[in-house]
Design a protein around this ligand. Structure first.
Ligand SMILES: CC(C)(COP(=O)(O)OP(=O)(O)OC[C@H]1O[C@@H](n2cnc3c(N)ncnc32)[C@H](O)[C@@H]1OP(=O)(O)O)[C@@H](O)C(=O)NCCC(=O)NCCS
Length: 189
């Protein structure tokens, strides 16, 4: 998506409030559908999203509007780094992009009870994914934290052609002040 796309058609966007909450097992299919709709993300098996929603639901965030899953952050805590919350995939439905929902999602995800004590947020982001780069750098700036990029999943680690996925490491972060989930937030329309 280009920057000019970001102000594109919103005529079908519902205007009711957004609700943020952690994921539950029944979100697995909706997460799979959201990632499919996101277009640019690597779509994994439905089983994989079911697994995340079930076993890592407390570190995954779902945003709903009018009963529809419109955005999500799928993450976990790397077992060897308990103070780190890793973002595996973050997605906003195309029609709602460029309105601040991605930034809201990351903030709400970070404030989940399971994540709010984490001092670091990490994610791998391909250099060509400008929206994702901007999203994480905005998150770092909002939290007045450093955002360091280091080589991580280099191209040779993938079975086929795949761009390298450097690791972005954001922090150190202060403890998030209060859980912001299960809350109704500003409408994105
Ligand atoms: C990445 C994504 C979640 C961002 O969601 P969003 O709701 O559009 O993001 P926001 O409106 O909150 O914008 C957050 C920041 O990114 C910037 N940004 C958003 N889209 C951009 C684009 N296409 N190009 C450049 N910058 C962009 C915004 O300007 C903002 O930065 P700023 O505050 O410094 O101006 C969304 O584009 C998406 O779902 N993409 C497909 C899935 C994906 O690639 N996920 C990331 C890899 S896991």
């Amino acid at each position: 998506m280009t920057r000019s796309d970001r102000t594109s058609d919103t005529s079908h966007a519902p205007s009711s409030p957004l609700r943020f909450r952690s994921a539950v097992p029944t979100d697995g299919t909706a997460l799979w559908r959201l990632v499919q709709a996101a277009g640019t993300l690597e779509l994994n098996s439905a089983y994989c999203y079911l697994l995340f929603a079930t076993d890592f639901g407390s570190t995954c965030l779902v945003a709903e509007q009018d009963g529809e899953t419109v955005g999500a952050v799928i993450g976990y805590h790397p077992p060897q780094q308990p103070q780190t919350a890793f973002v595996w995939q973050v997605a906003v439905l195309p029609r709602l992009r460029g309105k601040g929902l991605g930034a809201q999602l990351l903030g709400q995800w970070r404030a989940l009870p399971a994540n709010r004590d984490c001092r670091w947020v990490t994610a791998t982001v391909a250099e060509g994914n400008l929206a994702s780069q901007a999203l994480f750098r905005r998150f770092a700036a909002t939290h007045q934290a450093a955002c360091e990029a280091t080589p991580h999943f280099t191209a040779d680690l993938f079975p086929g052609e795949h761009p390298p996925e450097p690791l972005l490491r954001i922090g150190p972060l202060e403890r998030a002040l209060a859980p912001e989930t299960d809350r109704v937030a500003t409408a994105i329309a």
